[in-house]
Write a protein that binds this ligand. Structure first.
Ligand SMILES: [Zn+2]
Length: 174
């Protein structure tokens, strides 16, 4: 593993241990050339899983992309990175356990929504509003209705504008 500071190829592993959920191995490394310390994660590589989009287009499954969309939904929410990592690992494991070479982007979206529902309701509403492409306030009403059936922390789950609302028309763009 190349040193990120000085690019030396001669770095050494000082310590390696599984993460809390045992889905990855965390290695602490040190570079003998510059003394730099850094951490790497080792994870299982999914055999080529293809994602089928709504348009019918196929793309290789991209864990980082999944993680980014979860992080966008959770932006500024009081949720530890470790829990986000665990949520994403959980989704990936569920995809693996399907045992299929292909999975629809809808299926992944549903898994993310299930996960966020248990983690943070505000993030859940944000994600759902983008994912389901809500147009009407009543769509939010229906979603909040679904959530309130379960109790738990609804005080703040007002319709939060999605961080990347793609349905906003480009107002007055000249
Ligand atoms: Zn170095």
């Amino acid at each position: 593993m190349r040193c990120p500071y000085c690019s030396s190829l001669d770095t050494q592993v000082k310590d390696s241990r599984p993460t809390e959920d045992a889905a990855s191995i965390r290695r602490r490394r040190v570079c003998p050339d510059c003394g730099g310390r850094f951490t790497t994660f080792e994870r299982v590589q999914l055999r080529e899983l293809m994602v089928v989009k709504k348009s019918g287009r196929r793309m290789p499954f991209d864990r980082d992309k999944l993680q980014r969309s979860v992080e966008v939904a959770l932006r500024k929410r009081p949720v530890e990175t470790e829990r986000i990592e665990r949520l994403v690992n959980g989704i990936v494991r569920q995809l693996e356990s399907l045992g299929e070479p292909e999975v629809s982007s809808d299926r992944i979206g549903e898994l993310v929504m299930d996960g966020l529902k248990g983690l943070d309701h505000v993030a859940y509403v944000r994600f759902a509003s983008v994912y389901r492409n809500f147009d009407e306030p009543k769509d939010f009403g229906a979603l909040i209705g679904e959530l309130s059936g379960e109790g738990a922390g609804l005080g703040q789950a007002k319709p939060v504008p999605a961080p990347r609302a793609k349905r906003e028309p480009n107002k007055g763009g000249v």
